[in-house]
Ligand binder design. Sequence first.
Ligand code: NDP
Ligand code: MG
Length: 389
Amino acid sequence: MKRIAILGSTGSIGTQALEVVAANPALFQVEVLSAHRNSALLIEQARKFKPNAVVVTDESRYKEVKDALMMLPIKVFAGERSLDDVVQWESVDVVLGAIVGFAGLNSTLAAVDAGKTVALANKETLVVAGELVMRRAAAKNAAIIPVDSEHSAIFQCLVGEDTTAVEKVILTASGGPFLGRKPNYLVNVKASHALQHPNWSMGAKISIDSATLMNKGLEMIEAKWLFGLRDEQIDVIVHPQSIIHSMVQFTDGSVKSQMGLPDMKLPIQYALGFPQRIANNYKRVDFREHSKLTFELPDLKTFRNLAIAKEAMIRGGNAPCVLNAANEVLVHAFLQNKVGFMEMSDMIEKTLESVPFIANPEMDDHRKSDAEAREYALEYAKKSQLSMY
Ligand code: NDP
Ligand code: MG
C-alpha cells in the first residue's frame, strides 16, 4: 500500500490520478490532497477519499474548507508553505506533483529534500531549476518518476538499459490543434479555439502550450534534466496520431518506443505504481484503426516557441527560468484575449533579452529571475495590439 500526496488534486492530472487511486484501493491510499482555488471540488474529493490532510493554497478559501470538513478527521491547512511541510511527513510515500507552473517548484523541492519518491507532472519545475532539482534528488536518493507521457515513454524504454548506450531521445509531438496552419491564419486565433486539442484533454495552460509548441520546448528541457542528456541528444518529431509517445535510439542503431492510446491515466498509473505495472481494462490500441503512423518535422518558422525554447535550453543558466516565466504570463494573457497568438513568441524573446543572464543560478537567483521576467513580460503584453490592459 502506497500512501500518496496529490498536489494539485483538482486539476486535469490530479482528478485523473484520483481515478487511478479509486480503481486500485488495495494499492494506493490518499494521504494528502491539495488545491488552490477550487474549494468545492477539494471538499468533495476529501469526503470521498478521506485523506489525513488537505491543503488549500489560496488562503482565502481556508474557512470554507475547514467548516465543510469539520466533522471529519481530516486536517486542513492553508497557504503554499503548508505544502512544503506535508510532503515531508513520514506517512507520505509518494508525492504526485500536479500543480501547474512555477508554483509547483517549492513543494517538489521539499519532497526531494525529504528523499520522497516524486511522480512529477509539473514539468515547469524541471524547466526552471532542473539542474538544482536533480542535484538535490541525487543527494537525497529521491526518485523522480516522470508523469508527462513523452518522458514516461522514454523512462519505460530505458528500464533494463545501460544509459551510456543512449544515442538520442526522440520526443513525439502531436502538433496540437493548429498543425499545418500558417501565420496569416494564426494571428486571428482565440483562446477558445486553441483550447480544443485533437488528442488530449488537459488543463488550460498546457493546452495553449501544446497549440504554440512551447509544450514541446519545455519537454526538451525536462528530458535534458530527467535523463542527463546533452542538448544535441534531444530530437522532436511531429506524430499527429499520438500513438507513439516517444522513442529512444541506442548506440547500436536500435530504436525503442512506447505506444498506447493517448490517455494520461496510463503514465499516471505507471509513475504511481512503479516498478509494478498495474493491470487495467482501458481501451487497447487496435492497429487496424491506426493503420497510418506518420512523422514530419515541426514548422519552426511558424511555431517559433519551440525554437526559442531550444535556444534557451542551449544557453542554459537562468534562460529556461526566464523563458518559463514569460510564457506563463503570456499564456495567461492570451487566455484572457489580451495578447494575440503570434505575439507571444516575440514577447518571450524580448523578455529573454531583457533579464540579465546568470550562468550558474541557485534558488534565490531563480526566484529573482522569475519575478523580473514576469514584470518584463507583462510590460510587453500591455503593448499588445489587442491592448486590453
Ligand atoms: P490544471 O490547470 O488542470 O490543474 C492545476 C492544478 O494546480 C489545480 O489543482 C490547481 O488548483 C493547482 N494550482 C494552480 N495554481 C496553483 C498555485 N499557485 N499554487 C498551488 N496550486 C495551484 O493543470 P494540469 O493538470 O493540466 O497540469 C498540471 C501539471 O501537469 C502542469 O505542469 C502540466 O504541464 C503537467 N502535465 C499535464 C498534462 C495533462 O494532460 N493535463 C500532461 C502532461 C503534463 P485549483 O484548480 O484548485 O485552483
Ligand atoms: Mg507531454
